[in-house]
Design a protein around this ligand. Structure first.
Ligand SMILES: [Fe+2]
Ligand SMILES: [Fe+2]
Length: 148
């Protein structure tokens, strides 16, 4: 299973969200490494960290989208909820004897879903933002309160 690579084209230009996304990539790559060495305990811990990171990221992103008046927040939030459910199911797989093939399949689904989110969904609202004429500096000024 290959590790995933962060590309600058995935960046939205809003550091707090980009940092979150890079962090999610990082955790998934660590899970891949742990999975490949059958280090189940590390894997389980990292999977839990991934769920926590999603729980932290999604409300921030949705709050951000609401604040900029993005028209498809609810649609995007549905995708977030599905992703979170997938990640929670992944963690639950460690409650029984780990099945490597099953875990790899689940992890692959999670990776595809995250890539869809970052490359598709999240980049859509960057376009929306630019169409609204909200430049990076202005948006960061007006949205700063979210990140404090
Ligand atoms: Fe995101
Ligand atoms: Fe998203």
């Amino acid at each position: 299973m290959d590790q995933i690579t962060w590309h600058d084209t995935y960046a939205l230009g809003f550091e707090p969200l980009d940092d979150d996304h890079r962090g999610l990539f990082d955790i998934l790559n660590k899970i891949i490494v742990a999975l490949q060495s059958d280090d189940w305990e590390t894997c389980r811990q990292l999977a839990k960290n991934f769920v926590l990171a999603l729980r932290r990221h999604y409300p921030r992103e949705e709050q951000f989208l609401n604040k900029i008046g993005y028209s498809k927040v609810e649609q995007h939030a549905v995708h977030h909820r599905q992703m979170l459910a997938r990640a929670e199911k992944f963690v639950a797989q460690f409650d029984k004897a780990p099945d490597r093939d099953l875990l790899e399949r689940s992890l692959q689904d999670i990776i595809s879903s995250l890539l869809d989110d970052v490359r598709g969904g999240d980049l859509n609202f960057r376009t929306d933002l630019l169409e609204k004429g909200l430049d990076k500096a202005l948006a960061e000024r007006s949205l700063q309160s979210i990140w404090l």
